[in-house]
Design a protein around this ligand. Structure first.
Ligand code: TSB
Ligand code: ZN
Length: 583
């Protein structure tokens, strides 16, 4: 989808359209007051205070009509520059504008834009006349707290988008519809993958049986990969003392994301936001020689993070999550090699899942930010250069982002774009010279001296939560055979005559580990076949007399035309191959 904010012309057009929206609203709701109306990646919005009124879908159509009228009026959009004193006088009845103006410097020259009977504060620029806004649409509305703070008044936010021609608008609206269809929150509900309940708490997802099957497959997949790479998996508690996080430095650098302290007897506990401290202690549990390194400690670890209430989103951003985490304890001379192995594991995994739309971000420190990042320029420069070297050696495309590093070191993040909303990080691989020192970790080097290991924090799936969310959107809920909650749906042509045979096939497949359903309801064959397609079950078997008498099945693969007859033994081979190929 085109990024409107980054397209210079569309940016101006959409910004102008936000004013057109405000003008129309001021006609229909004379008491309306306006906060801000910025351009965003997918159009624009305007936050407004409509007093007691709250908007409905119908209201949006009415506002759109009024916007068309205002556009047709073809008023010139005129820029005026005024002083702060004049601005305060001009908007004296509008507490929102007064708030904006008060935040400007006394000597500021303030610009406003007038179109017909409507004037708004704005930096501009704008298109020249209202008539230029012809092809627009109000997309949706929602509530939004003033300044994003839940303690403030809830305003109405109206979203819209504007283009220079009808085709672009139609194409865009089509893409929005498609994005809504593959939104993991929609698929997750339809396919009973996860739910949430206010009684449990916002951002605390409950994985339903279908979701649990998928998650188990993901766990098995990555566990096997990690085993093969020499990882050792552990189980550690999802709480820790406050002191543990003071020691690690998270208390100073990450406190706003940690759930409040729980006092038990004389001890202070927190729900853990990260697993690094636990794994540091696992490493420290015994002596290590330089020959033992790397030591790779892995865990599917539940974490809790305080995420702002407006930021939570299905499984993508939650407060209770499970990381596919590992901490790799390496010698300095092993950093490059080990980092490379992680990047290759990411690439291999993404290939297996068929992901194509992702980008590597090398997240570096901001040299000026001495508060967030520990002060050791040489160490940072070395670490950053090392990651850069490996990426160049592997030959993957990446971009650099200043100020995105963790407080303990630079990292490589893999960014993906969800169906709806801004990019998020999926995989991450982070270099850390700090925590091993804070936990006083060591190993005996080749000279018999104590040396400090370097830690690589890495999560290939990120969290199972976010990975599954992204997977749902990438597959559009059409699961490959190995992940599908139901893999094979068996339909006996006659639900009495062929039912025993259907159940026999089911039992045989189940004994091989397949997830199988028999649909022997007394419904028409065509109806049951259609339903199997609608549920996107990868393999449908249709069994009639011929099949029953020859230990055969008739196979229909989801998304493919026609049916293929084959012997049961052949089916087993085909299924096995498709699972191996992750088809
Ligand atoms: C990799 N200590 C490291 C770990 O060893 C760590 O916690 N890194 S992290 O903070 O970047 O988190 C790891 C991954 O968790 C992120 O890359 C992201 O994919 C995922 N994640 C982070 N916050 C959330 C959240 N609120 N909901 C779902 N997933 C999240
Ligand atoms: Zn970590």
């Amino acid at each position: 989808m085109i990024n409107i904010k980054e397209n210079a012309e569309l940016n101006i057009l959409n910004h102008s359209c936000a004013h057109l929206l405000a003008q129309a609203v001021s006609h229909l709701y004379p008491h309306a007051k306006f906060w801000v109306g910025p351009v965003i990646d997918d159009g624009f919005y305007y936050d407004m205070d409509l007093g007691e009124d709250s908007l409905t879908e119908e209201d949006l159509s009415k506002i759109e009509k009024e916007m068309k009228k205002c556009a047709k009026d073809n008023k010139r959009i005129v820029r005026k520059e005024i002083s702060k004193v004049e601005a305060l006088e001009m908007f004296k009845d509008d507490e929102y504008k007064i708030d904006l103006i008060n935040n400007m410097e006394d000597s500021a020259v303030i610009s406003c834009y007038a179109q017909g009977d409507f004037t708004d504060l704005c930096r501009g620029p704008h298109v020249e006349t209202t008539k230029e806004m012809k092809y627009f649409k109000l997309v949706k509305h929602s509530g939004a707290y003033w300044k994003g703070d839940a303690k403030n008044k809830m305003l109405q936010r109206v979203y819209g988008v504007c283009f220079y021609n009808e085709e672009d608008l139609n194409q865009y609206m089509k893409e929005i519809e498609e994005a809504k269809e593959r939104d993991h929150r929609k698929i997750g509900k339809e396919q009973e993958i996860f739910m949430s309940s206010q009684l449990v708490g916002a951002g605390m997802p409950l994985w339903l049986p279908n979701g649990a099957i998928i998650r188990k497959q993901l766990e098995n997949y990555i566990y096997q990969k990690e085993q093969a790479l020499g990882y050792q998996h552990v189980y550690t508690p999802c709480v820790g003392t406050k002191q543990l996080y003071v020691t690690s430095g998270h208390w100073d650098h990450y406190k706003e994301n940690i759930f409040p302290v729980m006092k038990v007897d004389e001890e202070e506990f927190v729900l853990r936001p990260m697993n690094c401290p636990h794994h540091m202690l696992v490493y420290k549990n015994k002596m290590h020689s330089y020959r033992d390194l790397p030591v790779r400690i892995g865990e599917f670890a539940t974490d809790f993070r305080y995420e702002a209430s407006g930021a939570m989103k299905g499984l993508e951003r939650v407060r209770c999550m499970c990381q596919n985490d590992a901490h790799l304890f390496v010698r300095p001379d092993q950093i490059g090699e080990e980092f490379k192995k992680v990047v290759n594991l990411i690439l291999e995994t993404y290939k297996d899942f068929g992901f194509k739309n992702y980008s590597f971000r090398l997240s570096l420190r901001d040299k000026e930010d001495k508060e967030k990042y520990f002060d050791d320029d040489e160490m940072w420069d070395n670490a950053e250069a090392k990651l850069r070297d490996v990426l160049n050696e592997i030959g993957v495309d990446y971009y650099e982002a200043k100020g995105e590093a963790a407080f303990y070191g630079p990292k490589l993040d893999v960014e993906v774009k969800p169906a709806i909303g801004p990019e998020v990080t999926l995989s991450t691989c982070q270099l850390d010279f700090l925590l091993p020192r804070r936990f006083e970790l060591n190993y005996i080097d080749s000279n018999g001296e104590k040396a400090v290991p370097v830690v690589i924090h890495r999560a290939i799936f990120g969290t199972f939560d976010r990975f599954t969310a992204f997977l749902m959107e990438e597959t559009k809920g059409i699961w490959p055979l190995w992940l599908s909650p139901v893999q094979v749906n068996i339909i006996p042509v006659n639900s009495e005559i062929h039912a025993d045979y259907a159940h026999d096939i089911k039992d045989r497949l189940v004994s091989l580990g397949y997830r199988v359903n028999v649909d022997d309801r007394n419904e028409k064959l065509g109806y049951r076949m259609r339903e199997s397609q609608m549920k996107k079950i990868p393999v449908t078997l249709v069994l009639g007399d011929n099949e029953m008498n020859s230990d055969s099945v008739n196979v229909r693969r989801y998304g493919k035309e026609g049916q293929t007859p084959m012997k049961y033994d052949e089916l087993v081979e085909v299924l096995k191959k498709q699972i191996e190929e992750k088809y």
